[in-house]
Design a protein around this ligand. Structure first.
Ligand code: ATP
Length: 511
């Protein structure tokens, strides 16, 4: 655990040192849970967006993308249920004065029990070796069964109390489970209260209720209110999807863990409109498709797992998270939700406008059902950064920090370097740079020894370094060094494009 916390600290400081992420308004000591993306961070973020957009929009002929306004008519949020129900249950510890989300405290308690089960399984594996049958062990071992039963009971109680808005019941569950504050260690809790997560502000100069508007807490509603606009103008046929990338704002009770939980963040969401009754098929389809999208990055399949929701949001009939093994453990990275026809029906009711689709095959009008995929861009960023960051011990005893980013996502694809600053090498290097810069984000570096320059590029994840040396001037060849193997090969300049492209083109992730 301690090691993992250290890892997060290392990632944060690496991100700052190399221009990926800075605390926001740092000269004023920063603003809680707000971060700025620096010169390399914004490139990495753009590449993640592009991977998502291309695979969702460009690769699906029945999905289109939009870019709706952050401000929306205030009735939108009445209709969506956010004004009345977008709350988190909060609880304070009277001794540490720290505030927590009550549901998160309970979930963390469940996770501890789950870890006990995993330990038991590990012990079994050690004992029985190759003949170990994990499924059978999980189904029969008394300790595993007892703990699994505990989890089910806690989850049941949590679900019923939260669904019934029974805040006293949530409090009682925390007391019964003897959950202690991680800071003070005490069990001296306040009552549980509900807290609305939407930020509000005023439109124009006239104060008063009528002009109160909200910063959108999700991008999804911008898609729902445009459902008919897009369907009609794009002549879309069901099933079809509308995708959007954009900022969302939530006044989170506990905002911490770097860019994992921020008050201003970015979402990449897609709403897929389907025939009523076909939503479960599409829900399964998108669960699998989205998991594959993540795994394609090559960070390691073992870093992902599904978590099915026990407490369903007010709009959903099925929901699962894709969780990622962040430095602070497995946490939600993406949500896949079957939202039924809740949102469109609510907007019909509140706006008085029909939001229906005429299905020519069924010769029938209906309000479509919706399956949503929603991934946090900043959480994606953290998953990619933390899984790619490594400190390696090399054969010669030295060490290097390397970001083994998926090459297509790397902020800089190629660093072009002259071996020395004289003999026409810098000019030749610029020639090579000019050749490549139309297709790739490149950088030029002539300062320090080649070894130091290579280390700098490793630390920011540049997949290739191209070195121009004296032989280049004679035969038009260069060396190209691979970030991961650190091997160098000599190639003719006209061959560079093909070698680089094979590795860094976004195509590698899309096919
Ligand atoms: P959590 O349970 O962690 O609060 P959520 O279930 O409320 O998240 P959703 O409403 O499903 O989140 O939002 C979809 C995605 O948006 C999440 O999977 C996550 O990646 C991202 N996200 C949500 N809240 C934040 C936040 N405060 N900071 C960064 N990303 C966020």
């Amino acid at each position: 655990m301690e090691q993992k916390e250290d890892k997060l600290k290392e990632v944060i400081s690496h991100a700052k040192e190399y221009g990926f992420v800075f605390p926001s308004s740092e000269i004023y000591d920063g603003l809680a849970a707000t971060y700025d993306y620096g010169q390399l961070g914004s490139e990495l973020k753009n590449n993640i967006k592009s991977y998502w957009w291309k695979s969702m929009v460009q690769m699906h002929d029945n999905i289109v993308g939009i870019d709706s306004a952050i401000f929306m008519h205030p009735t939108t949020w009445k209709a969506s249920g956010h004004v009345d129900a977008f709350n988190d249950p909060l609880i304070d510890n009277k001794d540490s004065k720290k505030r927590y989300r009550a549901d998160v405290l309970i979930e963390e308690h469940i996770e501890k029990i789950r870890q006990k089960i995993d330990k038991e399984v590990e012990k079994g594996f050690k004992k029985f070796g190759d003949s170990f049958d994990e499924a059978q062990f999980r189904a029969t071992n008394p300790n595993v069964l007892r703990n699994a039963q505990k989890i089910t009971e806690i989850e049941d109680r949590m679900r019923t109390t939260l669904e019934n808005n029974d805040l006293e019941g949530v409090y009682q569950l925390i007391v019964d489970l003897e959950i202690a504050c991680p800071i003070s260690g005490s069990k001296n809790w306040t009552e549980v209260r509900q807290f609305n997560l939407m930020f509000s502000t005023e439109l124009g100069s006239v104060a008063g209720d009528a002009s109160t508007i909200y910063l959108r807490p999700e991008t999804a509603q911008g898609i729902f209110v445009n459902f008919l606009n897009v369907q009609k103008s794009g002549r879309m046929k069901i099933p079809f999807g509308i995708a959007q990338i954009g900022k969302a704002f939530r006044n989170e009770i506990v905002a911490r863990q770097f860019i994992f939980r921020m008050r201003e963040f970015e979402q990449m969401e897609m709403q897929f409109f389907v025939r009523p009754g076909e939503e479960m098929k599409w829900y399964e389809y998108w669960k699998e498709t989205r998991a594959n999208w993540h795994k394609k990055l090559g960070l390691g399949d073992n870093l992902y797992r599904f978590h099915d929701h026990i407490k369903l949001a007010h709009y959903a009939n099925a929901a699962a998270d894709i969780e990622f093994d962040f430095p602070m453990g497995f946490k939600e990275l993406e949500g896949i939700h079957s939202r039924t026809d809740f949102d469109l029906k609510q907007h019909e009711q509140f706006s008085g406008k029909k939001l229906q689709y005429f299905d020519p095959e069924l010769n029938q009008n209906y309000v479509p059902y919706v399956v949503e995929t929603s991934v946090g861009l900043d959480r994606m960023f953290l998953s990619v950064l933390s899984a790619s960051y490594k400190n390696e011990k090399l054969e010669d005893g030295s060490e290097r920090s390397v970001l083994s980013l998926p090459p297509a996502l790397a902020p800089i694809k190629v660093a072009v370097m002259p071996l020395t600053k004289k003999d026409g090498l810098p000019e030749k290097a610029h020639e090579v740079l000019n050749l490549l810069k139309y297709d790739y984000n490149c950088t030029y570096d002539e300062k320090d020894s080649p070894g130091k320059r290579y280390r700098r590029q490793d630390a920011i994840g540049t997949p290739y370094c191209v070195m121009i040396d004296h032989q280049t001037m004679e035969d038009n060849t260069v060396t190209i060094r691979d970030r991961d193997t650190m091997e160098q090969i000599r190639v003719a300049i006209p061959e560079l494009y093909k070698i680089i492209d094979e590795k860094v083109n976004m195509r590698t992730l899309l096919v």
